[in-house]
Write a new protein. Structure first.
Length: 127
């Protein structure tokens, strides 16, 4: 809860403490604090795919995130987007990533609760 609060006051505190030319840094802190708050909340659940032995979904989300960030940075540079626009886009990509992870973890927990099976103890088909 502290991270979003710090982020909310940063656009005013940073220029006050460091000078008016640092105002954009305060806005960057605001945007990055939003995704960090979501990320810290979800990251505590990130061991679920390891525990249930279902890593494929996490891999897909990780690849999609890496691709989205790469495209955002490269296309943003080519399109001449401002640094602030790229920071906002990065925040959006990361929040969507963390929400996808949260959905995946919830889905995996429900599946194991319903079936009692993980990838570690699922019956295999005999040849």
């Amino acid at each position: 809860m502290l991270i979003p609060l710090v982020g909310l006051v940063a656009p005013w505190v940073v220029p006050f403490a460091l000078g008016e030319k640092w105002r954009p840094a305060g806005e960057i802190v605001l945007w990055l604090s939003l995704y960090n708050a979501v990320g810290l909340t979800v990251s505590s659940l990130s061991v679920i795919p390891n525990i249930v032995g279902r890593l494929q979904g996490q891999f897909v989300i990780d690849v999609a995130r890496a691709l989205a960030v790469f495209l955002l940075l490269s296309l943003g540079h080519r399109a001449g987007l401002s640094g602030m626009a790229v920071v906002k886009g990065y925040t959006l990509v990361m929040i969507v990533n963390y929400l996808a992870c949260y959905w995946l973890y919830g889905h995996q927990v429900k599946q194991v609760a319903r079936t009692g099976l993980t990838a570690w103890n699922e019956p295999t088909a005999s040849p």
